[in-house]
Design a protein around this ligand. Structure first.
Ligand code: NDP
Length: 483
């Protein structure tokens, strides 16, 4: 078993096994081979995770921010030192090419740890003068936080949630997707090696029911989910029962708008990055590419050429640019959308089929002449399928771009920067790009509007989502009671 972890879970500072939980097979998407087996967390494992997190958090909240920061920074250094091994594990877990994982996963996790380590000692409250009396505020941790991850970025998601949580004095219990259970264990192991006290970073495996049992425990103060809208609805509702804090990073069907005056190479590059990176399994992808009519044929010609030059293959070969999708189920789902696109009359420019017969490979696919009502223009596919739609003018494209229940991201390619800013002002999306696409540095807030989510990850904004304000009124004079 080439990627078997030491045990299924990481609880109270150490690996923990409990074979009573149902078995989960971990499959390498490039070959279909079983590379590890883990067990779902039993109620006993969940209880140990929550109890240890609650115990450890009470102590951690009393540790000075600079000391907490030092540990997180050490963890970031360890992650960078081990980037290659962690990237190979990420590739085994997800099937994403090493060419990507070497630069986008563990490194992004290390960025988050470094960023929040740097930020947290500078988080202070304020003093509000009231004449003789005054109020001061303190930013306090929430307590035990639960993170639930999707399968597309297992290392990054674990770090994006745990870094701000731990920096602010919380404990984290992370449940990875059952499809990619391996990487978060390494994040927990490294944090403990860096000096994080036991109990503050726990990883428990399992399907949705394990996640659900974590959210409803009265000792849990917050849940941060990265996942689909249907799961988000369930998790948000369960959290509401106990009035828990939530961050919801959910799906999208984001517009990427290309005007006639755009640099064609840049716009095609943006569309490729926004549709084919990670085999299209990125929530913020610009999967509705609106192209103004004057540039359409030039855009499509270059798009076809550059798409057909993408090297699809063994994700462990560093020259390979695209790997398989994450699972057989995801492949079937994506191929069904490809068939729907053909059946609904979209023009297949390139791709449109499975590649090979071993792993879960799909050729990068471009449809042109897509209309707003087609399923491939309305529903999140989460695979390498780009829909190109035509438009004539700015007002029309803004209306059509916003005509979706999602609102995660949006992009604009144009040389007219006045128009770009005007357009961005009207687009209903949490993260927008002008003449760029899908860059998500830790310094920038990330998250959606409408059904795409609640709250923001990364940036200073995340501090607010992992802490709460206490307001303290200080009376300096005699109490004037009218009674
Ligand atoms: P799912 O919504 O299926 O699952 C997300 C996580 O929630 C998984 O760990 C899942 O467990 C767990 N889960 C499922 N049901 C429950 C429940 N009732 N209570 C608690 N936890 C539950 O998403 P996918 O893993 O399929 O990921 C793809 C989706 O994630 C896409 O829609 C994509 O847009 C979105 N996404 C959003 C991002 C963002 O930042 N906005 C980033 C990346 C992805 P299990 O898998 O074990 O069933």
């Amino acid at each position: 078993m080439r990627a078997q972890p030491k045990a299924s879970h990481f609880v109270d500072g150490a690996y923990l096994e409990d074979r009573a939980g149902a078995e989960i097979e971990v499959i390498y998407p490039a070959t279909g081979e079983v590379i590890a087996r883990v067990h779902e967390a039993t109620p006993a494992v969940v209880e140990r995770a929550i109890a240890s997190a609650a115990r450890a958090q009470a102590e951690w909240a009393l540790v000075k921010p600079v000391e907490r920061a030092r540990i997180l920074r050490r963890a970031a250094d360890l992650i960078r030192e081990r980037n290659r091994a962690l990237s190979e594990l990420e590739t085994l877990d997800t099937g994403k090419p090493l060419q990507e994982t070497l630069v986008a996963d563990a490194t992004s996790g290390a960025d988050a740890l470094e960023y929040f380590a740097g930020l947290v000692p500078a988080v202070t409250g304020e003093t509000i003068p009231l004449g003789r009396d005054f109020v001061y505020t303190v930013r306090e941790p929430l307590g035990v936080c639960v993170g639930i991850g999707a399968w597309n970025y297992p290392t990054q998601i674990a770090c994006w949630k745990s870094a701000p949580a731990l920096a602010m004095g919380n404990a984290m219990i992370f449940k990875p997707s059952e499809v990619t259970p391996l990487c978060a264990l390494k994040v927990a192991e490294i944090l403990v090696e860096a000096g994080l006290p036991a109990g503050l970073m726990n990883v428990v495996q399992g399907r949705g029911a394990v996640g659900a049992s974590l959210i409803t425990d009265p000792r849990v103060a917050k849940v941060s989910l990265t996942g689909s809208v249907p799961t988000g609805r369930k998790v948000y509702a369960a959290a509401a029962e106990g009035m828990r804090h939530v961050t919801m990073e959910l799906g999208g069907k984001s517009p990427l708008i290309v005007f006639d005056d755009a640099d064609v190479e840049d716009a095609v590059g943006g569309a490729l990055l926004g549709n084919f990176y990670s085999s299209g399994q990125v929530c913020s992808n610009g999967t509705r590419v609106f192209v103004q009519k004057g540039i359409k044929e030039r855009f499509l010609a270059r798009l076809k050429e550059r798409t057909e030059a993408i090297r699809l293959g063994d994700p462990m070969d560093e020259a390979v640019q695209m790997g398989p999708v994450v699972s057989a189920a995801q492949m079937e789902k994506v191929l069904a959308y490809v068939e729907a696109g053909k059946a609904e009359g979209a023009r297949l420019v390139t791709g449109g089929a499975r590649a090979g017969d071993g792993g879960y490979y799909i050729r990068p696919t471009v449809f042109a002449d897509v209309t707003d009502t087609m399923a491939i223009a309305r529903e999140e596919i989460f695979g390498p399928v780009m829909a190109v739609l035509d438009f004539e003018d700015e007002n029309e494209v803004v209306t059509r771009a916003n005509a979706t229940e999602f609102g995660l991201s949006a992009g604009v390619f144009t040389r007219d920067l006045t128009r770009a800013h005007r357009l961005v002002g009207r687009l209903e999306a949490g993260s927008c790009w002008i003449n760029a696409y899908n860059l998500a540095p830790v310094e920038a807030p990330f998250g959606g509007v409408k059904l795409s989510g609640v709250g923001r990850e990364n940036s200073k904004a995340a501090i607010e989502h992992y802490s709460q304000i206490k307001s303290v009124y200080v009376g300096m004079g005699p109490v004037e009671a009218p009674y």
